[in-house]
Structure formats: C-alpha cells, structure tokens
Ligand binder design. Sequence first.
Ligand SMILES: CCCCCCCCCCCCCCCC(=O)OC/C=C(C)/C=C/C=C(C)/C=C/C1=C(C)CCCC1(C)C
Ligand code: FE2
Length: 571
Amino acid sequence: MRGPSFHPSPQEICVRFKCKPESPFTGCLCVSVCRTYSSMVSRVEHPAAGYKKIFETVEELNEAIPAEITGDIPSWLGGSLLRMGPGLFEVGDEPFHHLFDGQALMHKFDLKDGQVTYFRRFIRSDAYVRAMTEKRIVITEFGTAAYPDPCKNIFSRFFTYCRGIEVTDNCLVNIYPIGEDFYAVTETNYITKVDPDSLETLKKVDLCKYLSVNGVTAHPHRDTDGTVYNIGNCFGKNMSLAYNIIKIPPPQKDKSDQFEKSQVVVQLPSSERLKPSYVHSFGMTDNHFVFVEQPVKINLFKFLSAWGLRGATYMDCFESNETMGTLFHVATKDSGGYLSSHKFRTSAFNIFHHINTYEDEGFIVVDVCAWKGYDFVYNYLYMANIKQEWEEVKKAAMRAPQPEVRRYVLPLDIHREEQGKNLVSLSYTTATAVLNSDGTIWLEPEVLFSAPRQAFEFPQINYSRCCGKKYSFAYGLGLNHFIPDRIVKLNVQTKETWVWQEEECYPSEPVFVPTPGATEEDDGVLLSVVVKPGAERPGFLLVLDAMKLTELARAEVSTIIPVTLHGMYKP
Ligand SMILES: CCCCCCCCCCCCCCCC(=O)OC/C=C(C)/C=C/C=C(C)/C=C/C1=C(C)CCCC1(C)C
Ligand SMILES: [Fe+2]
C-alpha cells in the first residue's frame, strides 16, 4: 500500500529527498521514508480503518507518563500542550451517537528540559459525574438524548420533564485562558475552570449570570492586553433574536471578578425571526468584527418544544435555509457600531472556522474554511458514519458538502454610483464584490485551496503576530473524507502547500508556537498529537519545523490518545 500512497504527483516534488515522480510508483526514496511533500492533495487510502481507534473510550491516567523521544526538541520549547476532546464514547451499554457527545477528556503534553510527559483527566462536569454515579447518560448531549431514570416512578419522571432540559456542561471542544485562569469549554453557557497543571476541575461558571447570551463559541479572540471577545446567540425578551458580541476585560488591578465586568459590546440582528444561524467562530481585525450568518439555522420553535419530547437532541433543532444564501455582517470594534447600511451576500456555505481576517486599503479580507451548500456538515459526523469501514466512510463523505478554503473581500467604502462594478481593487486577489441596485453587495470568493473531499480544516496561524493582520501562512489538519490524516501548511498568498503525512497516522489540529525572537512569520514549530494505532507506542506528540514542515522530533507514549478537537500551548 505504501508506495502509491505516498509518492508525489507529476506536479509535485518531494521536499525532503527531492524525489521526482516515477512510474510506476516504486523504487523512490520517498516511497519508503519520505514524510513530507509539497502538495495538499492526499491520495492515501485507509483500508485497515485504523482511524476507528481514535473514536474509542480510554481511561484517564493517575499520573503523567514519560514519553520516549526521537529527534531533537528545540531547547526553547518548554511548556504544555493542552487539548480537549471526547474520551468516553458510551456509558455502560448506552452509546453516545455523535462525535461531539463523548465526555470531555483533557490532555497535556509537558515539555521540560528535553523531557516530555503525557497526562490526561476527565473533566468532572455534571454530565460526567452524574453519568458515573447513575451509570447511564443523564444529560442530553449534542446528538444523544438522555432518557429519564427507569427506576423513578411515573410521577417523578413526569416532573423531570417539566423541569425542562438541563443544558450540557460537557466542555469537550476547547481550552483557553481568561485572565490568569484556564477554562475548558463547549458552546453552551457553561464553561469550566480547570487547573492546567493537575488537570483538576475547579469550578463551573454560568455565563448567563453575567451576560445576555444563551451560549458562546469555543473560539474567542484575544487582544494583546488579554481582553477576550466572543460571540453567541441571544434569545432575548419577546423572542427578539440577536447575535451578541461580548467582551471580558483582562485581570483587574483591584483583583475584582472579570466576569462581573464583562459586557455585550455589539448586537447583530438575526436575519430570520425565530431562527438564528449556528455560529462556531467569528473574525476580528484591529478595528472590526466580522460575523458570517450561515444557512444552518437553529429552529427556536423546535428548540423550545423538542426538549419536552422524549429522545430529542440539539441536533434535532437544526435546519437548513435553502434560499437565504450566506450573509456577512461587519461591526466596528471600538465604538461598538454595527455597519448595517450594507448587506454583504454570497451563495450558501457552511462555516465553522475563520482562518484570519484583516484590513487592507479600505477592504476587509476574510479567509475561511468553507463547506459548499446549506446541508449541515454535522449531519455527517455521527459515530455510526465515521466509524464505518473505509469504503463506507468514503461513500458517506461523497454526499456531504465539499470543503474549500476561500477568501472573501468586503469593501468598506461604498458609493451608490458604483453599481454593477467590481469594487475590489486589491491587486493580489480575484475575489469580487459587486453592488446591486437593491443596495446589497454580492461577494464571490477567491479559492485558496480546493480538492474533492480533502478538507483543510482546524486552521491555525501565528496568532500573536498575525491575528487581524495581513499574513502569509495558515496551518491546518487535512481531512480525507472526514478522516484526519495529514498536517498541511498553506501559503494564502501564493497558494503553495506543504504536507506532513505518515502511513497509518491520524494527527490533530497543528498548534503553532513561535520561536522566541523570531523575525519570520513561520519561524516556529507546529505541535500535533498523532495516533498510530498498530505501533508499539501508538500515541505521540509530533514537533514539526513550521517553515519546512519537516519532523524535528516525536515523543511517543504507550497509549492510544482519542481524537482531540482544539487546544492551546501554554508556555
Ligand atoms: C479532529 C478530527 C475530527 C474528525 C472529523 C471532523 C470533521 C470536521 C468537519 C468540519 C469541521 C467542524 C469543526 C467543528 C469542531 C468542533 O469542535 O465542534 C464541536 C461543537 C460542539 C460540541 C457544539 C456544541 C453546541 C451546543 C451544545 C449548542 C447548544 C445550543 C443550541 C444548539 C441552541 C440553543 C443554544 C445552545 C444551548 C447554546
Ligand atoms: Fe472549532
């Protein structure tokens, strides 16, 4: 299998060994050893279906375990890679059905003095603790319904329903700092304070106590002073619907509670009554917020009524709007003004991750990981889909929306007399924006990367240097029919790509860590947790040179590490 799978295509050369494509695919150095090549497109097949292992339950660890290192870890790299993901995929004989349901497991690779250790603990959320105590799924998760306790009599079961549904606090999606504290998060109103050293669960915080939001994304933005911005749905009084952008200030001199000082800074109206769009991330430049209102909708009527129904889940409340296309909203950051005078529109796509957003010569450039069409991508992420045999996995992904990295360009200064013309005059992009007679602006993107069923997802950038600024490099996880099987670097200016890939290896989102004092944007390393199921030590922390995407080191442990979604590096 290995030869054909890893050989470069005729347009590519192997960056490590400079092998040229040969026909047939044999006898080339890169066939047996090359792990890096200069194309994004994967031709790797997974007939052994080793990826199933990353979706299986593991036990937490009582103490950190040592890793065996090969290669050289840069001496300046001392800190912790913290990551979140599902780690318990069933409770007794009750399975969690969706990828985003498993109970939150927090992972930590510690790097210190050339040594690496690995540790993991489950978050003691109410969802987890009660599942462990009652030995059943007690709290409804994203795609799995909790059923009432069969031991309770009919009256107490009735009252359980009448109390309404308990919103999940299963913080499996991400971890980030607020002030000096660290929070594991999902997308509901509950975030969980954790100790990043011991991985202990410290405190559950209900954001509804402080802010008018029903939940916030797991992808906040952070200013250099530590101010945290985020966006969430708000189902207000009289069913008024909005997307609220919130601001949590940095630690206060008087040590007062930051949450007490948090506030809604911008309110963006929902384009459809009773049906706000699902929001997973947003863009932030030095002066603006950008929110993309996608055709994946939360039907509030279903949301409020479905909870009374036996077996309903969050997934049951989503629906697609087949006619609205996709809307871009822009708001100013400082004065909290909403630029409502212009409506930016384009055709339908799903969006989960913004890559970066910046201002240039009076335009806002918005780079995103897009999935074409209005069909909800999460419909394809049920465990029953992604744990199938490889041929079935591929068949299911054929029907799903197709991924593409896109650049949209929004003009800020618009004049009525410019109707029908392309308003984008940036020299380096083919993206267009045309003013219509009804005052709306129709956007067409520039495609930065596209290959059938090969996604560039879970994007990362050199955040501290480039967030909100013109930049060159994005790093991402390559999904092959939804299976994560490579790490990719994309030059968003030239569209050049680099790939790290190894047979039977399943990596995670690559986290960029800059070299101290670096002058180049891509001077640093990428950290990714990789699973290699058949290996003697099947889990490892991979350290890549972010410039060349070549391996610097790996630190292997003798345990499988289940799939992780997002995380951070704590220096
Ligand atoms: C790492 C490899 C994974 C392998 C396959 C991945 C394929 C991915 C393809 C697309 C990219 C998608 C990225 C999504 C990443 C992610 O982490 O998503 C997790 C999201 C979760 C768990 C969302 C939970 C949201 C909830 C519980 C929302 C609840 C609510 C409503 C639905 C409406 C009312 C408000 C409320 C309660 C907040
Ligand atoms: Fe995400």
